[in-house]
Design a protein around this ligand. Structure first.
Ligand code: NAD
Length: 296
């Protein structure tokens, strides 16, 4: 039975670890939150006290943490994953973080250890269903070794090239998602104010050239897409605060590469205002209400 160390058993990591247990892996996990540890224990994860304990006997380490600072603190230094894991361990760092932190961790691995940056798309529902999409940066041989785990936790895993490229792909994807949500919100407000029923507009655009994933799946207008957060008072789903984090990561990456990103910059600014209004914990589709000048 392959031994997996799992660090970060939150909304995303908890179900990912549970799916590995269900597939027959022996999972030793840890988290700062006692509540999240207890929930993971119920799913068959063996809870240990520290990152070092989770990594010590692991053939593979998976991490799902909030940001780059958390990832570096977990991987680097005495008691970190790199110092604690066996020499031939493989590490799958699945958090959404800045490219520089991902590349710093990749540069810090020693000997035969290998690390992949493998951020995901698919949200909590995709995590629970084992239907995430992994965007993976790092060594091709390490990607091949990781494939069986990606197959358990996801529906797709795409090798994007060198270390850090998974994070770049994720930043590009979520920048498009944020921009598309704003475009959908703007178009549906315009249509409705000019007299078109939103459901009719949905029927038209979903079969026309303006269609996009955000409009089809996360439509921000209540009553249009049954499963969308708009129909449960914009309870996430995907929190606006996380979207803002991702848009800012994309802006940082654009600035580092000297690339113009005016729509991404505008999206980051608008989500910044939305979060400053106290809506960071609401679903990102709630920005539709702000654009209409309505209370959430
Ligand atoms: P979360 O806050 O629910 O989980 C993060 C967990 O990490 C928490 O349980 C926290 O206690 C734990 N943690 C933090 N520092 C730690 C440390 N030093 N040692 C051990 N545990 C530590 O967040 P989440 O929604 O699971 O998101 C995790 C990552 O996945 C983020 O990078 C996020 O951007 C990304 N992501 C989230 C979604 C989503 O829909 N929630 C979708 C795609 C990607």
């Amino acid at each position: 039975m392959t031994s997996v160390g799992f660090i970060g058993l939150g909304n995303m990591g908890g179900p990912m670890a549970a799916n590995l247990v269900a597939a027959g892996y022996s999972v030793h996990g840890t988290d700062l939150s006692a509540e999240n540890c207890a929930a993971a224990r119920e799913q068959g994860v063996t809870i240990v006290d520290s990152v070092a304990d989770a990594a010590a006997s692991a053939a593979i380490v998976v991490s799902m943490l909030p940001d780059g600072a958390a990832v570096r603190s977990v991987y680097e230094g005495a008691g970190g994953v790199i110092a604690s894991a066996p020499e031939d361990a493989l590490m799958l760092e699945c958090s959404t973080i800045d490219v520089d932190s991902a590349r710093a961790v990749a540069a810090a691995v020693r000997g035969r250890q290998a690390v992949l940056d493998a951020p995901v798309s698919g949200g909590v529902e995709g995590s629970k269903a084992g239907k995430l999409t992994f965007m993976v940066g790092g060594d091709a041989d390490a990607f091949a070794r990781a494939k069986p785990l990606f197959d358990v936790m996801g529906k797709a895993a795409i090798h994007a090239g060198q270390a850090g490229n998974g994070q770049i792909a994720k930043a590009c994807n979520n920048m498009m998602l944020g921009i598309c949500m704003l475009a959908t919100s703007e178009a549906f407000t315009l249509g409705e104010k000019q007299g078109i029923d939103p459901e009719t507009l949905y029927q038209i655009i979903s079969q026309a050239s303006g269609s996009c994933w955000a409009m089809l799946n996360h439509n921000p207008v209540p009553g249009v897409v049954e499963t969308a957060a708009a129909n449960r008072d914009y309870t996430p789903g995907f929190a606006a605060g996380m979207m803002l984090k991702d848009l800012r990561l994309a802006q940082d990456a654009a600035a580092n590469a000297n690339v113009a990103s005016p729509l991404g910059a505008e999206a980051a600014a608008l989500y910044g205002v939305f979060c400053n209004q106290g809506h960071g914990h609401k679903d990102y589709s709630g920005i539709y209400k702000m654009l209409r000048g309505e209370d959430l």
